[in-house]
Design a protein around this ligand. Structure first.
Ligand code: PMM
Length: 388
């Protein structure tokens, strides 16, 4: 007799156990994902729905914890599936079928590519986006690449170190940074974007909150708009990105760089960030941005305390479950300094660790200042988690 405890944090161990016992790859994967234990928190549950869930849980062998207006359901994915099927739905839970169905579909079939302009970025491996800041006051590399030549040289270094995308930004978004007029931002960003595009370096993303900046940057060859305000700063930005067929990175923050620190108030940071990102992505789709062009980013350091950033990193799977590819940008940020005691210029090791943890929880894109260490860490992380 022998009992072997399988690793349960992903379906991999079950898949491998079945494959080793002669199962074909596809049924083994299907069975393993069905057996995977999932936990969902339902908010806005009525009294009648709570009772229906408890009754269903007893029959289905699911754990149900409930309180005023909420229910927490833990079960294997295959047991949750009937909640999404109108023909097998327990009475009284009809309202939830759509939500559960969307969640299970994203769990079973996460996005595998990101479309930008006419190009496609495969997400079957970690994708690094190198930062090319053309700001005189960015918190970590301010002023160093403030000319086109220096920006190009930095871009070449980033690509040589493993970056597949380049993010060009002309406005610092650190807490309390002075806003930059659109004309100044354009003068900083557009010549760099144009030169990168001319040399075939990229795809290039433009890090801006403003339609007036995105328009000329996209015309100059950028294929992505990276908006730290999650399309909330400029109501025209989503339509500009949609018209260009650009990729869009929707980052989570609250308020503006001036006010965000006072808005870092959450009851459950990962759940709230995921909910606010889902709303922002839905607004982008309503404005015409195709779902396949959207990436979401939890916005480490934006309207979050160090403790909240770490909680969010640990619970990143909640953001991944929203159903869009996830980018993270922990690079050199203050919360990494809080954990390591290292100054901003010595946080690339901490950044690499944060990236590896984020990959393991489902992030696929990584915005970094220095690619070498993150690239190496992500190689190890992805070799550990990728299916055979
Ligand atoms: N962080 C900064 C700027 N832009 N964009 C995304 N998508 N995610 C981030 O975390 C992010 C960002 C601030 O860092 P920087 O001043 O070093 O660029």
């Amino acid at each position: 007799m022998k009992l072997i405890a399988l690793a349960a944090h992903t379906p991999e161990a079950v898949r491998a156990a079945l494959a080793a016992r002669g199962w074909d790859a596809q049924p083994a994967w299907f069975a393993a994902t069905g057996l995977q234990s999932l936990v969902v928190l339902l908010e806005g549950v009525t009294e009648a729905e709570r009772e229906a869930l408890v009754r269903w849980g007893i029959k289905a062998g699911a754990d149900v914890l409930t309180g005023d207006g909420w229910a927490l359901v833990g079960a294997a994915a295959s047991r949750l599936a009937p909640l999404a099927r109108p023909d097998r739905l327990p009475p009284g839970l009809e309202r939830w079928a759509g939500e559960v169905g969307r969640f299970l579909a994203a769990y079973a079939d996460p996005p595998r590519r990101w479309e930008l302009g006419g190009q496609t970025v495969a997400l079957d491996h970690p994708v690094l986006m190198g930062i090319v800041n053309v700001t005189p006051d960015s918190f970590s590399d301010g002023g160093r690449f403030a000319t086109v030549e220096r920006a190009i040289a930095q871009a070449e270094r980033l690509i040589a170190a493993g970056c597949e995308l380049l993010d060009v930004g002309g406005e610092s978004t650190r807490p309390g940074a002075t806003p930059v007029p659109a004309a100044e931002e354009i003068a900083r960003v557009v010549p760099v974007v144009a030169e990168l595009a001319r040399r075939g370096l990229g795809p290039v993303s433009v890090d801006t909150r403003k339609a007036a900046v995105a328009r000329p940057a996209l015309a100059a060859g950028a294929l992505v708009v990276n908006d730290v305000s999650g399309l909330s700063f400029d109501p025209e930005l989503a339509a500009v990105a949609a018209a260009a067929g650009a990729g869009v990175i929707i980052m989570h923050m609250r308020g503006t760089p001036d006010t965000m620190d006072s808005l870092a108030v959450y009851r459950h940071v990962a759940a709230e960030v995921a909910g606010e990102l889902a709303q922002a992505a839905a607004r982008a789709e309503t404005a015409g941005v195709a779902r396949s062009r959207i990436v979401v980013d939890p916005g480490f350091g934006f309207a979050k305390t160090p403790e909240q950033n770490f909680r969010l990193l640990d619970e990143l799977a909640t953001v991944v479950a929203v159903g869009y590819p996830v980018m993270v940008g922990p690079s050199r940020k203050r919360f990494l300094g809080a954990a390591t005691g290292r100054p901003v210029e010595d946080r690339d090791r901490a950044t690499a660790v944060a990236c590896a943890l984020a990959w393991e929880r489902g992030a696929r894109l990584f915005r970094v200042h220095d690619a070498a260490l993150a690239h190496e860490a992500l190689r190890v992380a992805s070799a550990t988690t990728s299916a055979t």
